[in-house]
Design a protein around this ligand. Structure first.
Ligand code: C5P
Length: 232
């Protein structure tokens, strides 16, 4: 699988988001809109405008609520023509989301364990499993719920791929090209390696949007991704 690059529009104004999209031009056709942009920069309207302009949009809103509310919320996103939406990887939540997205072009992703969390953080949150164990359990539950994919650290992509099979998406944040800062990500990996581990989509935000030249940074990552495809 060649793998797709998704650029995280983690910015606070719609103007800055549009500036980044314009700077990246045709080299990037998939954007992620998370909390910061959705709540702080009119991200729902921005996402719909990007879809109308022919871009693919991933709303990373990590939904969790009672099943009926999740179902109604997911249906609203499916209607926008969005390509991806995250929900927390609780079995009931994933089943409700799968039901609402059925027949639409929306791929529901279950968030296994945040890539900013390590074993100590997972333990502190009350789980007896380590991060890898929790990821494996949630990957299996995502598959059984019938959703379209999962978000996982690139370090768990290989084991997740063996659990969910070849058809579901594995979206990996925590990607850092050679020489860039980790930020708060604790389980990072290079683009080529992440694809070789079984990731289908790589989410990159800060290394691109905070670069002096975002277009050059995106091109460098796309080159590293192509290198990985050749190695695979
Ligand atoms: O700046 P950076 O490349 O670390 O951004 C990664 C993006 O992926 C952020 O928008 C973050 O919220 C998101 N994300 C993550 N880990 C997850 C799910 C989403 O880092 N498990």
């Amino acid at each position: 699988m060649a793998g797709q690059l998704i650029v995280g529009l983690d910015v606070s104004t719609r103007a800055r988001a549009e500036e980044i999209v314009a700077l990246l031009g045709d080299s990037v056709d998939f954007y992620k809109i998370g909390y910061q942009c959705f709540y702080g920069a009119d991200g729902f309207a921005l996402g719909k405008a990007l879809i109308a302009a022919g871009k693919k949009v991933f709303f990373d809103l990590k939904l969790l609520d009672i099943d009926n509310t999740v179902e109604k919320g997911v249906a609203a996103f499916a209607e926008t023509g969005a390509s991806m939406l995250t929900v927390h990887a609780y079995p009931k939540t994933m089943r409700a989301a799968a039901k609402a997205a059925a027949g639409s072009g929306l791929t529901v992703l279950g968030v296994t364990v945040l890539t900013s969390m390590d074993d100590a953080d997972v333990k502190e949150a009350g789980y007896e499993r380590d991060a890898a164990g929790l990821v494996a359990l949630r990957a299996q539950q995502a598959r059984d719920a019938g959703i379209g994919g999962v978000v996982a650290s690139p370090h768990e992509a290989e084991i997740v791929r063996t659990i969910i099979g070849s058809h579901m998406a594995i979206v990996t944040p925590g990607i850092r090209p050679a020489g860039s800062a980790a930020g708060d990500q604790k389980r990072i990996m290079g683009p080529a390696e992440a694809l070789a581990m079984g990731a289908s989509h790589l989410v990159v935000a800060r290394p691109i949007i905070e670069a002096a030249d975002p277009a050059a940074a995106a091109r460098a990552i796309l080159d590293e991704m192509n290198q990985g495809t050749r190695l695979a």
